[in-house]
Unconditional design. Structure first.
Length: 173
């Protein structure tokens, strides 16, 4: 584990019952009893673009005790996902633009600082990843959040063992 990171004390070292492992979390960081493991204290979550789209589609409000953070690229990449669905005929343009409004209205702290970028670089190099895209989300989770909500293909698998993972339902009130 890298020293000086926000969630160093909250990362599960190996599994439940070990020193420093958050109570109520499984090894993969998902609450052992649904989303209830996240309630009762301020929790910071990183969302990937697919999770932001799913949150907008659900219309469910985020529990005010939670804070959302993500790399600067989040909203543009999420809008790109909507564009792909419109072009494929899976979503109408009006519906896509309504989802875009919901995504834009969601309060999210967007980060793109030097330390986040450098950490993304280091993660990509250490793990042999071809791009920084997924590394950025893992880096922000490592530096600024308690858990990562990854709905996009592949990101959860890459992040497992590096940062705690959580389901989208963890954001509910």
């Amino acid at each position: 584990m890298l020293a000086g990171y926000r969630n160093q004390a909250t990362l599960p070292p190996l599994g439940p019952g070990q020193a420093g492992h958050p109570p109520g979390l499984r090894v993969d960081g998902i609450p052992a009893t649904g989303a209830a493991g996240y309630h009762g204290h301020m929790t910071r979550f990183v969302l990937d673009p697919a999770a932001l789209v799913q949150l907008a589609e659900s219309g469910n409000p985020v529990d005010p005790a939670h804070q959302l953070v993500a790399p600067n690229s989040l909203r543009s990449l999420a809008l790109g996902l909507l564009l792909s669905r419109v072009r494929a005929g899976k979503l109408g343009e009006a519906a896509a633009l309504e989802l875009h409004e919901r995504m834009t209205g969601q309060r999210i702290r967007l980060l793109g600082d030097r330390v986040s970028r450098r950490t993304a670089w280091r993660l990509a190099r250490e793990h042999g990843w071809d791009t920084l895209h997924d590394a950025e989300y893992v880096a922000v989770a490592l530096l600024q959040a308690d858990a990562l909500i990854a709905a996009g293909p592949g990101l959860a698998a890459k992040a497992a063992g590096i940062v705690p993972l959580a389901p989208l339902s963890a954001l509910r009130q």
